[in-house]
Write a protein that binds this ligand. Sequence first.
Ligand SMILES: Nc1ncnc2c1ncn2[C@@H]1O[C@H](COP(=O)(O)OP(=O)(O)OP(=O)(O)O)[C@@H](O)[C@H]1O
Ligand SMILES: O=C(O)c1ccc[n+]([C@@H]2O[C@H](COP(=O)([O-])O)[C@@H](O)[C@H]2O)c1
Length: 201
Amino acid sequence: MQRGDHGLSLPDGVRIGLLGGSFDPPHAGHVHLSREALKRFGLARVIWLVSPGNPLKAEGPAPLSERLAAARALTGHPRIEVSDIEARLGTRYTADTIAALQALYPRVAFTWLMGADNLVQFHRWDRWREIAHRVPMGILARPGSRMAALNAKASRCLAEARLPAHAARALPSAEAPAWCFLNMPMSPLSSTALRTARAGG
Ligand SMILES: Nc1ncnc2c1ncn2[C@@H]1O[C@H](COP(=O)(O)OP(=O)(O)OP(=O)(O)O)[C@@H](O)[C@H]1O
Ligand SMILES: O=C(O)c1ccc[n+]([C@@H]2O[C@H](COP(=O)([O-])O)[C@@H](O)[C@H]2O)c1
């Protein structure tokens, strides 16, 4: 067990899914993705990494404290945890966050989780190949993004590292690069739609 002043207590050997996001606002689609990932990848816990700000998004999100509070109020699941560790570590780029977590918790098996829409533009992330070589990646279907994700630049570059869906439970202990795409009953929810609805659009 290793503890720090980062608010995370992770036992050695545990299989942890990391779901990075703006969560602006969080919604049931995030919970749905997390529950599927827990079950189908055989994870002990999913940690929501609430981002101080997506480096690719020009517009700043709502204040971090608001998004954290909303995420904590929403999850209601004993194995979904909400973390502000990126703010505590001072990291914004995923490659830096993962490197820092692996340095802090060298015996924890981290799996990076994302919806299919994020795989479509994953090759635009800073040091995306490094991320893929650091952690296995679990990708979950999202309406409208399935084919685009499977044809994306990163998917093509990492084609040999793809595990079939029936091997999903082996993903968290697979040596990176390794990724697995899972179909699931899809949730049409998105933060963009919720923000638009709130603004009365
Ligand atoms: N309905 C959903 N189904 C599957 N994955 C989802 C869904 N909603 C969000 N995700 C995934 O959760 C992660 C965090 O998402 P994020 O906080 O950006 O929410 P979002 O709804 O995608 O927001 P926005 O509309 O502002 O892009 C991303 O990997 C995203 O792909
Ligand atoms: O590191 C990067 O270059 C990078 C670029 C775009 C997005 N991300 C991460 O991807 C996650 C999803 O972001 P978002 O805003 O789509 O919810 C979140 O953890 C971001 O920090 C990371």
